[in-house]
Design a protein around this ligand. Structure first.
Ligand code: ATP
Length: 323
């Protein structure tokens, strides 16, 4: 029998579309199984200040389709100090929280691990558009962000074609090129510049553009990952070298918002429910992950030590198809 009576859920780090679906699933699955469920506002910052409310079936009504996070999120400096951590632990005792479900990225798991070392029971759910968490093949928000980028690419392509221009699009992903490589393939980019790969601007960008022009291309697209940056400078360089009018677009925070896709909603719902079922099964300090296409969970320290690298087959494919 599980001894868990009260669980709390928070969202931490950068927001991601689908976080609400995960919060909803934790709350509804928890209540379904007879647990008392609390919501912590503004991540660890709210936890250490006791910004905590009881969640009901209704408090998560009408949110499955909304981007962002109804619980809001924050980056808390105080929480990373020993005093902040102890304050958070003491709030967990005051509110009788037997387990905490943290929806966020690696930084949030490090915070959760610190809490677990003081005796808390924590479960992590991967929520970030960047898909940059080592232990999992998929993170909540990634699919929605990629669809937002693709929609932007299709729109930019219309104007780029009409004016025979080159467009350089900088997309999010922190130090990972997952959004960039997938959107480069799906959007038909001439070149995709990734933080995981060294690049030579003349060989990797200028040459395919000139080659394309000689074959009669009417527009050109270069995707630059956030971890490389410099889209404006790259655009200036392309224009100078090729005489093709080139515009840089930095998509920015638009990629973090919007209505989550069906994939994000379903995976977030599964992960939220999985978190509750792990706790009911007496599991402690686990991170939920998609591994070899299946939902699973890893011990928190093991999860934090795992690394993943960019999919070389996707990189190869993007080069073949850019010809
Ligand atoms: P994303 O990558 O989507 O922004 P994240 O969870 O990695 O998500 P962070 O800002 O790194 O985002 O972390 C969120 C919060 O977790 C921080 O504000 C901090 O309170 C806590 N945190 C981050 N790193 C650590 C750490 N090394 N030790 C303890 N707590 C941490």
């Amino acid at each position: 029998m599980s001894e868990i009576k009260t669980i709390a859920v928070l969202t931490s780090g950068g927001d991601a579309p689908g976080m609400n679906a995960a919060v909803r699933a934790v709350v509804r699955s928890g209540i379904y199984h007879g647990l008392n469920v609390l919501g912590v506002r503004k991540g660890y910052e709210g936890l250490l200040h006791g910004d905590i409310e009881k969640m009901t079936l209704r408090s998560v009504g009408d949110i499955i389709h909304r981007g962002g996070t109804i619980l809001q999120t924050a980056r808390s400096k105080e929480f990373t100090t020993q005093a902040g951590l102890e304050k958070a632990m003491s709030m967990m005792k005051i509110f009788n929280i037997d387990a905490l479900v943290v929806i966020g990225g690696d930084g949030s798991y490090r915070g959760a691990r610190d809490l677990s070392e003081l005796g808390a029971n924590v479960i992590g759910i991967p929520g970030t558009i960047d898909n940059d968490i080592g232990c999992t093949e998929y993170t909540i928000g990634y699919d929605t962000a990629m669809n937002t980028v693709l929609d932007a690419i299709d729109k930019i392509r219309d104007t780029s074609y009409s004016h025979e221009r080159c467009s350089v699009l900088e997309v999010m992903g922190r130090n990972a090129g997952w959004i960039a490589i997938n959107c480069g393939i799906a959007g038909g980019a001439e070149a995709v510049i990734l933080p995981e790969k060294n690049f030579d601007i003349d060989k990797d960008i200028i040459y395919p553009i000139i080659e394309g022009r000689n074959r009669g291309k009417k527009h050109y697209l270069v995707i630059v990952a956030e971890g490389v940056g410099g889209a404006v400078e790259i655009a200036e360089y392309i224009e100078k070298k090729t005489d093709i009018i080139t515009r840089a677009t930095i998509l920015g925070y638009i990629q973090r918002g919007g209505c989550p896709t069906i994939k994000d909603r379903v995976i977030a719902s599964q992960m939220g429910n999985y978190a509750v079922e792990l706790l009911l099964a007496g599991k402690k300090n686990r991170i939920i992950a998609v591994h070899n296409g299946k939902m699973t969970d890893f011990e928190i320290n093991e999860a934090l030590s795992m690394e993943k690298s960019i999919d070389e087959e996707l990189v190869r494919l993007s080069k073949i198809l850019a010809l």
